[in-house]
Design a protein around this ligand. Structure first.
Ligand SMILES: [Zn+2]
Length: 278
């Protein structure tokens, strides 16, 4: 709910926002998951995509999507977890994605900052998961750190793959924090760009100009919880209920109303992930 004054009268408007990237299966939520979900609802979060990072967490994501209204799952191998991933693992991943609550493949991508997995494995498993997304006609949720030079051409080629349904946009770059040139390249390849509370960190000041240039029909919001809490809560656990503060920040940066940003990002999320109306 959001309060606003109209003709001196206090009107309560219901906002609907979508957290397109959360990790609800992770241990920091084990003690109070039910309360976390209730607070999300109370804060206007009408849908949450909980994102897998390996087979176990993808299975957990599906279980959560079965258990909670408004929760959907994404299944995939995060670049940190691709060492040794082989074809039987991909077969298992494919089985997980057959569930009707799975709306995307991810998170997939490249992380050449941490380099927890060898780069050769990261590239191999990313390509394999992109091929799987084509086969299943699902969008991808992409993680990228210090790897744009390899990732952009790969996604561009894949995004224009004519085996994919032209009606299905290719996916989203989650926690986008690149420069405007990188943003343009992703946008040209058909991708959405998702932003989180980190846009309010002092270190993200240079991102403001880029944020103003993203078309309203390509923007998504996310928490990436339990990580990346809002500036005022740094050091604490993040959760979906804090998503509205990111929408408010975006509205301020783009010079638009919170209602408009909420409406646009929610429509975009429902379109990209083909989420059913509640
Ligand atoms: Zn994530």
């Amino acid at each position: 709910m959001r309060n606003c004054l109209k003709g001196g009268k206090l009107i309560r408007k219901k906002l609907s926002i979508v957290d397109t990237h959360a990790h609800l299966d992770m241990a920091p939520f084990n003690k109070d998951r039910v309360e976390v979900m209730a607070r999300a609802r109370d804060s206007g979060v009408s849908a949450i995509i909980t994102v897998g990072i390996d087979l176990g967490s993808s299975e957990q994501a599906v279980k959560l999507a079965e258990s909670y209204r408004g929760v959907f799952a994404s299944a995939g191998f995060h670049p940190h977890n691709v060492t040794g991933v082989d074809e039987p693992d991909i077969t298992r991943l494919t089985q997980i994605t057959e569930h009707s609550r799975v709306v995307a493949i991810g998170e997939v991508g490249l992380d050449f900052y941490r380099d927890y997995s060898p780069r050769e494995a990261q590239l191999r498993v990313l390509k394999r998961q992109l091929a799987l997304a084509s086969e299943l006609d699902l969008p991808v949720i992409v993680h990228c750190r210090w790897a744009e030079r390899d990732l952009v051409p790969l996604l561009r080629d894949w995004g224009s793959d004519d085996k994919r349904s032209p009606k299905q946009p290719p996916g989203v770059i989650h926690c986008f924090s690149g420069d405007s040139d990188t943003a343009q390249q992703y946008l040209k390849a058909g991708f959405f760009l998702s932003l989180g509370a980190y846009i309010g960190y002092p270190s993200s000041a240079s991102l403001r100009g880029v944020i103003r240039c993203i078309p309203g029909d390509r923007l998504l919001v996310e928490t990436d919880c339990p990580y990346l809490p809002p500036q005022g809560r740094r050091g604490q656990r993040n959760e979906p209920a804090y998503l509205l503060s990111t929408v408010e920040l975006l509205a301020e940066i783009r010079g638009a109303s919170v209602e408009q940003l909420a409406r646009e990002t929610t429509e975009n999320a429902r379109y990209l992930f083909r989420l059913p109306e509640d």
